[in-house]
Ligand binder design. Sequence first.
Ligand code: ATP
Ligand code: MG
Length: 348
Amino acid sequence: MADTCEMMETDSPQPGTSKSTEVSKKTSNLPWIEKYRPQTFEEIMGNEETTTRLSIFAKKGNVPNIIIAGPPGVGKTTTILCLAKILLGSAFKEAVLELNASNDRGIDVVRNKIKMFAQQKVTLPPGRHKIIILDEVDSMTEGAQQALRRTMEIYSNTTRFALACNYSEKIIEPIQSRCAILRYTKLSDAQVLARVIQICQKENVNYTEDGLEAIVFTAQGDMRQALNNLQSTHNGFDIVKSENVFKVCDEPHPMLIKEMLKSCSVGDIRKAYKVMEHFWNLGYAAEDIIKNIFKVCKNLDIEEPLKLAFIKEIGITHKRIVEGLTTLVQMSGLLSRLCIASSGVEIS
Ligand SMILES: Nc1ncnc2c1ncn2[C@@H]1O[C@H](COP(=O)(O)OP(=O)(O)OP(=O)(O)O)[C@@H](O)[C@H]1O
Ligand SMILES: [Mg+2]
């Protein structure tokens, strides 16, 4: 955490150093994801059940060891930092050890650094413990995780562990059994949108409704991605509108994909192929195209059975692409299979 704190302090825009606030806003290097990292549980969007549980723990103290697992950019690190701040207040600096994937966390670190911190004496109010934050713990080697098992038990009188990871299955069973596991899900579009609007208002961002829709679409439930895309579009253009967002994110435009899928749903392969060829000529990677086709297809207004057939074909093509078949022929093959699916002919 020390890193984050220092960064937030030193990077804060200095009042009065720029000619106008407008200029300072546009040129400020502070990423909005840090500037607007929630400081309290109330500010964290989504996953309310877990955050409410944790805020009760935070008030009462005596928190168990916890693992927060979930997809990227949904507030796992933020939640752990909030919890530690509320629990330890001014003692945060001396009573928290934060290690993330950018630190070396091999067996030696577990044996030396973590043990030494756990042994240190810090005076804390009753019911409060020192906290060791292990972020992105799924990237720790199994050996290092094994070395952690005993440490977690020996120092349980004085120290608590807060772990965050994307994949809980990469954490060895014995550690899972020593912790309460809390699962975070992707944020809903409405939750991402609500936060994005708040930040647009605070930063005086000039936006259109379709611009924010595009931000939400490109983020797919990842708040970090949403805020980064918003800031990049705001920095690069006068206005946050869908066209600009897709330019910044360098993604195939979903409106065109929608048109392409609609053409397939009425069996018009020529029209659909034109769009695909257009994407291809713009140089988009097959994987980016297929991912976006899937995102658009999920919300396409076509009959449910047809949508399922489409998703199956998209999945098959995605698999082929991942295996290395990244050609325009493959992509065109997908379109033809989608056209066949919409004509009701069984594909063998
Ligand atoms: N639920 C949320 N509510 C509000 N802001 C959020 C939320 N989740 C993420 N953010 C924003 O995104 C930034 C990154 O979030 P955070 O570091 O907590 O993600 P994470 O879940 O730990 O992701 P990763 O798995 O990649 O480590 C935060 O600083 C904050 O600005
Ligand atoms: Mg994190």
